[in-house]
Design a protein around this ligand. Sequence first.
Ligand code: MEV
Length: 342
Amino acid sequence: MALNHAVASAPTKLILFGEHFVVYGTPGIAIPISPRNYVTANRLEGGPSLHLTGVMGDAVFEPGGRIAGDLSLGMFGAAYHFLNEKGIAKNGLFKADVKLDRRCKGIGNSSSVGAALGLAVARASGKRLLKEEVFECAQQVDGVAHGGRPSGIDARTVVEGKPQIFRRLFSPPGFEFRQTGVLLPTGFCLVVIDTFRGKKSTTRELVERFGQTVGAGGLPETLSDDARARICAPYATIYDKAAGLLSKGTPDCAKSIGELMNENHLLLSERGVSTDEIEVLRTGCLKAGALGMKISGAGGEGGAVIAFVSEKKLRGVEAIAKDLGFVCFVVEIAKQGAVLEK
Ligand code: MEV
């Protein structure tokens, strides 16, 4: 019999501009999106431990850091550790069932589940987390998933539930973020194409690969301001133009938004985080009328690609993605961040 019960949910996210560069301190633009994840937490007799179940797999976490079951879920041990450090969930047996809306890499599932997990388990142990604590919980999960270099853009976007301009700060360390009015021109939409076909690169590998390609030579925080600025420079003009166009959102902006997405993709591809399959997909969809096609999130094998396309050309773009064996789905900008459900 459950002693206490709580349900929490969080949206997923898309990075429209700036992934990878944002790790080195440039501003990124991200939106929360409609696929929404739910975590149901029950407090039971026994423990102390956290049992995670759901489509992602099953794992058991203990306060000392021991994990049993599906080790690919190890990142969620960071959420449990965070709650324990706060004196929450330390003495009970918690079961948390995760309902994942879309099993797609690149849409921020780790931070989304991390945020909802923190909220639900805390509530099931009779506590409430402040928004900054929910962010920290999701960020700790991404800390593991991204190999110790999360910029914070994913966690911030899913927690706030509003389009964000986000920047990681280094001296002193911190984050700068503000809500921004991202308006997609009327008659245009964003399609996520999940390029998973059996193999997935991890975000950690991709963040490391990007770092190697740009010759970072160490974690972003160990670099000089000049070294980070040199890494970010090629992307800077894309950001400036994109922020202006997205805040206007009139139909005459659509072509330029698409072009900027393509430019941003090229920078990412040159830095080793695209794949041959993604390039074939892009060529086909651009030919079918998509205005912009770029990876969103870390990229690599099995990562998400976004197509910016008019509603008129949508069918053609979807057909190309499906012919290549990929799942695709149109997304809306979500209206709510991470919350406890009634
Ligand atoms: C992953 O969704 C986005 C990256 O820029 C990593 C990060 O910002 O932490 C690749």
